[in-house]
Design a protein around this ligand. Structure first.
Ligand SMILES: [Zn+2]
Length: 183
């Protein structure tokens, strides 16, 4: 099966950072890198990436790519932010998104990813939600978007900066993929 990993945003994206200066892409791409490495152990799985360390790939470019290779699953990895991004706010925890139409398979994968992420990280469970995000709307395959904690939370940011947490997120998402697709 073909799995597309999408580390949201790019290094240069303005605004997508914590009050203490963490850029969202640093987190997103580290989790994607970790997942790619772990998934290379499974012969039945091919992993592709939509993002690049060199430039901020446009959303359309990301979904066009996934559609063109007929991917089976699209996983967009993000860290959340609330407020104006310049100060710490109360919002915290992990949430996983599917498209508004709540596609059955995406919902099943999202529920599993959310459950595994919460049990691995112990962060606040914000549940599975729906949204009209480009990467969920324009992908022709099962697609989910994961928000692995808030960069604007004093509590979550400690985790988002830690390598242990990034690797825990990677393992949890892979565990959910394996449970859902039996590989
Ligand atoms: Zn994001």
């Amino acid at each position: 099966m073909k799995i597309v990993l999408d580390a949201g945003h790019g290094f240069q994206t303005p605004g997508k950072r914590s009050p203490c200066g963490l850029r969202e892409y640093e987190f997103n791409s580290a989790v994607a890198r970790c997942m790619k490495e772990s998934l290379s152990n499974f012969r039945s799985v091919s992993v592709y990436e939509t993002h690049s360390d060199l430039y901020d790939a446009a959303l359309k470019q990301r979904t066009d790519f996934a559609n063109s290779i007929h991917a089976d699953v699209f996983i967009s990895i993000h860290a959340n932010a609330a407020g104006n991004g310049k100060e710490w706010v109360e919002a915290e925890g992990i949430e996983t998104y599917v498209y508004l139409s709540r596609p059955k398979e995406a919902l099943r994968l999202a529920e599993s990813v959310q459950k595994n992420l919460i049990s691995a990280t112990k962060l606040k469970n914000r549940g599975v939600k729906t949204a009209d995000f480009h990467v969920l709307r324009e992908t022709k395959m099962t697609a989910i978007l994961v928000e692995c904690g808030f960069m604007t939370s004093r509590k979550d940011i400690i985790e988002l900066r830690s390598d242990h947490f990034k690797s825990a997120c990677s393992s949890a998402i892979i565990k959910a993929l394996r449970q859902t697709y039996q590989f």
